[in-house]
Write a protein that binds this ligand. Structure first.
Ligand code: PMP
Length: 408
């Protein structure tokens, strides 16, 4: 890394580390490397012909408005389509509460900017999305993990932690959760936990931010409705729920279309913060997304990607069982793009990653997915972009590195 002169950086960024995932992605592109790292959707599954059609139609029919500046909140026709998506996911809302963002990532940043002061506490699952941890820290937050299990965030631990923090004079301001097929853990928050998280949020007056880029990628039945949908309709409940969606994993990340369903009182502050950040998202890709969603093509496309990812997930799970079965534990994912693996032989996944790269296989060590007290014997694998033949060979290479004899 280039050396940076003393005192040059703000205190906000001084201690930030480059993302471990980006480092692993660099290794992924080496010749002959089998990569289970990264979290990219599979490019061969993009709906290129329909998107091409949408892009062409937008330029021939709506070029003046699609190439012009637009409203900070987003293109109204797209927001109407997003209301329909939310209805299908079990949350009734209206366009006035939806803001289109440059990926869900920007929504995380804007919410952080708008509600967090230096030292405020954000509570997250253990483990959670590493870039969310970094984003909230950049907003000055103290990010703390709450014990979680295969049903998601443990609500008994959550409420206890909130009360303890208050007793210490700290301000818990946000509960950040990924209820559907979490990145990295792959777990699905149970319906009962959703209800309990909603109750804790209202009782303790803490904003729940639920981040849901993977909910439509389910392999069996669809997930329960969003936590937001468990809020009762009272005035007391309304301010404590916020839902983030994204087209990145279900259509294409290059469009950079995400959205936030916000409590009414946050709509204006978030809009002002977005103006200061980028004025607006790309009008052009919003029009393309609007055209694509209106074409009615998405449900069929989702069927296709669910099938493809579910097959890849099965291949990886079976290969893990065959080649590393007695040395690892993992939860069979019911959707999403990831398998979260715990090493049973006390190996530190960070220590062996260089050895793995030398053996031609790369994964993401689990440490960066923890805000505090990392479990270093964990790692994240993605099946999304691994090619069929590579999955078997990749797990054999992993087994060799983790000193396990693959079974015949
Ligand atoms: N949240 C989670 C949990 C993610 O995994 C990602 C992408 N990896 C994002 C948010 C950001 O997605 P985007 O900005 O592309 O919508």
């Amino acid at each position: 890394m280039t050396e940076i002169s003393e005192g040059r950086l703000s205190s906000r960024v001084r201690n930030l580390q480059p993302s471990a995932i980006r480092r692993m992605l660099a290794a992924s592109s080496r010749p002959g490397m089998i990569s289970f790292a990264g979290g990219l959707p599979a490019p061969e599954l993009f709906d290129v012909s329909e998107l091409q059609e949408a892009a062409g139609a937008v330029l021939s029919r709506n070029s003046h408005s699609a190439l012009q500046y637009g409203a900070t909140e987003g293109v109204i026709g797209l927001r109407e389509e997003l209301v329909q998506i939310m209805n299908r996911r079990g949350l009734r809302t209206d366009v006035d509460k939806i803001i289109v963002t440059t990926g869900a990532q920007q929504a995380l940043e804007l919410i952080g900017k708008v509600i967090l002061d230096k030292g405020d506490v954000v509570l997250v699952e253990r483990p959670t999305y590493t870039t969310a941890i970094q984003t909230f820290r950049l907003c000055g937050a103290n990010v703390l993990g709450v014990d979680s299990d295969n049903d998601g965030l443990r609500t008994d631990a959550l409420e206890r932690k909130i009360l303890e923090l208050r007793y210490q004079g700290l301000r818990p301001r946000m509960i950040y959760v990924i209820p559907n097929f979490s990145n990295p853990a792959g777990w699905l928050t149970s319906i009962e936990r959703r209800r309990l998280i909603a109750e804790v949020a209202v009782r303790q007056k803490v904003l729940v931010v639920e981040d849901d880029p993977y909910g439509d990628i389910y392999f069996g039945s669809p997930p329960a409705p969003p936590i937001y949908a468990f809020a009762d309709k009272s005035k007391e409940s309304a301010p404590w729920f916020c839902y983030l969606g994204s087209l990145s994993k279900i259509v294409a990340p290059g469009l950079r279309i995400g959205w936030a369903v916000l409590p009414s009182d946050l709509v204006q502050p978030i809009t002002i913060a977005k103006q200061g950040s980028d004025l607006q998202g790309s009008t052009y890709t919003q029009y393309v997304a609007q055209y694509y969603l209106r074409s009615g093509r998405l449900p069929e496309h989702l069927l296709m990607i669910r099938k493809a990812y579910s097959e890849r997930c099965k291949l990886l799970s079976e290969a893990l069982r065959r080649n590393l079965g007695h040395r690892v534990e993992y939860l069979q994912p019911k959707g999403g793009l990831f398998v979260w693996v715990k090493l049973l032989n006390d190996i530190n996944a960070e220590d062996v990653v260089e050895k793995a790269i030398a053996h031609g296989v790369v994964y993401v060590p689990g440490g960066p997915f923890y805000s505090d007290n990392p479990n270093l014997d964990t790692l994240r694998l993605t099946f999304a972009t691994a090619q069929q033949g590579d999955i078997e060979e990749g797990t054999r290479r992993l087994a060799a590195v983790l000193c396990v004899e693959p079974r015949a």
